[in-house]
Write a protein that binds this ligand. Structure first.
Ligand code: FES
Length: 116
């Protein structure tokens, strides 16, 4: 059996990410699973804004629940630890352009901050 690579060996294999975005695709915070559509839309927006490579590179991820379970879809951006609620496709576009591309948090849609 092959030995799994060590963390030390893994370092340097991956181009660094500037941010990680988690989209809740669960059905409690957004009945109808609106998060799933957002998650797919996020991929298109990241590509359009050229955020899949380079210094502002964004990793996108989906999660079945973030423990909020109301007022979704919920989207979280790290490393800032910014939590957005009620994310529509239009709001997602603002998050991508204003926050991920330009570095300005979309304050009017923030409902929670990590350690804040
Ligand atoms: S189902 Fe989305 S936060 Fe729980």
């Amino acid at each position: 059996m092959e030995t799994p690579p060590t963390a030390a060996r893994m370092r340097g294999l991956m181009e660094p990410y500037a941010r990680h975005v988690l989209v809740c695709t669960g059905g409690y915070c957004s009945p109808g699973h609106g998060g799933r559509e957002l998650y797919a839309h996020l991929a298109r927006l990241l590509q359009r804004e050229r955020l899949l490579f380079g210094p502002k590179r964004v990793k996108r991820g989906e999660t079945p629940c973030l423990g909020v379970c109301i007022g979704g879809p919920i989207v979280v951006v790290y490393p800032e630890g910014i939590w957005y609620a009620g994310v529509t496709p239009e709001l997602l576009e603002r998050i991508v352009v204003e926050h991920l591309r330009d570095g300005r948090v979309v304050e009017d849609a923030v409902f929670h901050r990590l350690n804040g």
